[in-house]
Ligand binder design. Structure first.
Ligand code: FE2
Length: 185
């Protein structure tokens, strides 16, 4: 039984991360994962914790992302399932270690890049996250020049692996991120 909590994740991440935009990304993915957990009727608090900690090795090891999760979390209250849940989000991108197989792992894979597009869109809206609609987000998604670093193919593959519609995943992410909008600026 995995017991990592969001409070623990928030204590661990600053040990390995200094850049503010990475904390905003952690909060965005955590918020999106909470809403995905609600969608699946699963453990919201746990999904939020994994979402918050998922890029724990990125700042120190950008070229070896997901390969240093185990060593950084070795002395933390993180068990094997937590490790695999984190490592799986890099599958086929920077690691072949864990193929996403659960709803949690597939959700993390799908929302990681998508939250980047949503966050970028919120920053250019006067009302921020408030009132964001899936329809207008889809236009930003289709505009390859908008938030160009967010890989659309990865998102599409993740959404297909979940067996969901892109719009439904977007709606979940918008909902979660709107609830946590204060942490996303
Ligand atoms: Fe990420």
């Amino acid at each position: 039984m995995s017991m990592l909590t969001l409070a623990q994740a928030k204590e661990i991440l600053p040990k390995h991360t200094t850049e503010q935009h990475l904390f905003v990304h952690a909060a965005a993915v955590s918020a999106a994962m909470g809403a995905m957990a609600e969608h699946f009727g699963e453990d919201k608090a746990y999904w939020e914790a994994i979402g918050y900690l998922h890029d724990v090795d990125f700042e120190k090891f950008p070229q070896e992302h997901c390969h240093h999760v185990r060593e950084l979390l070795n002395n933390e209250p993180v068990d094997e399932e937590d490790m695999e849940n984190i490592i799986a989000h890099g599958y086929g991108i920077c690691t072949e270690e864990v193929q996403p197989s659960s709803n949690l792992q597939k959700s993390l894979f799908a929302v990681d890049e998508l939250t980047g597009i949503i966050h970028a869109y919120s920053l250019m809206r006067p009302e921020g996250m408030e009132g964001m609609e899936v329809k207008s987000l889809k236009k930003k998604f289709k505009d390859k020049k908008f938030a160009a670093k967010c890989n659309r193919e990865i998102i599409k593959n993740g959404v297909a692996d979940l067996g969901m519609d892109l719009g439904d995943v977007m709606a979940c992410c918008i909902k979660g991120m709107t609830e946590h909008k204060a942490e996303l600026v």
